[in-house]
Design a protein around this ligand. Sequence first.
Ligand code: CP
Length: 305
Amino acid sequence: MRSLIDIQELSTDEINELIAVASDIIDNPKKYSEVCHGKKLATMFFEPSTRTRLSFESAMYELGGNVISVSSAESSSAAKGESVADTARTLSCYADIIAMRHPKEGAPLVASMHASVPVINAGDGGHNHPTQTLTDLLTIFREKGRLDNMTIGFCGDLKFGRTVHSLISAMSRYSGVKFVLISPEELKLPSYVKRDILRKNGCEYKQTTDFEGVIPELDILYMTRVQRERFFNEEDYLRLKDRYILTPDKLENAKPDLRILHPLPRVNEISVAIDNDPRACYFKQVYYGKIIRMSLIMKLLGLEV
Ligand code: CP
């Protein structure tokens, strides 16, 4: 039995295989419509979510399976003090696989140690969000036709952004990928990510505050939200939240085949005037999120067509 807590648990071959199955699902959806018949997914979300929870649920339904759901800590016995370990043991009696989001870093790992079914980390605090990373990789692959030899810019909150840390970790495995890290000084990528991932893998990277200046270099621009919920004081959040806003004028010298990604939710960092630009990919990314989760559920349940 296998869980997925951190993107680093997947080998590059396994990531490529998940992407290949996802591409086949896109081309032949009917082939997969009964593969999870008789199986149940439990979604246990102790932090707000629209895309991750509903894409997991939609993915399971499209595979012919069923879903049971806990959509907040308040509506479950966690509110009475039940531990993550006991909740995981309990859900194992009801479901074949669990997707869990929790504000505490490491909670899905604890759940996986006590569950008797696979646990998927659907986001733990500022730590990891491996299925968003798989979503991002599938989006980049479908849009660019490759995962190597490109320049990818990350903009916004690179300090607390778990999607940024996981995607950097995944992209650092592919050759010829250059990283451009665009953030205010206070929200720079943590030193451990630079040391343990970028420098360790010999990746080329640069840090800058000059958003407009680097846009023409980019093949992928990964925008992120400054996350109010990760700040200790409101004053710092208000000072930093609108530092980088992508508006049409900033794309004047961008490559015609640039692709703009965002894990969403968006607050103010991408103007709605960009939404109809063919380079904007963030709503396609939402669709790819459902497809890659179908592929992952099948893999962790050991199902093939
Ligand atoms: N991208 C993402 O995790 O979105 P939700 O918070 O809506 O699930």
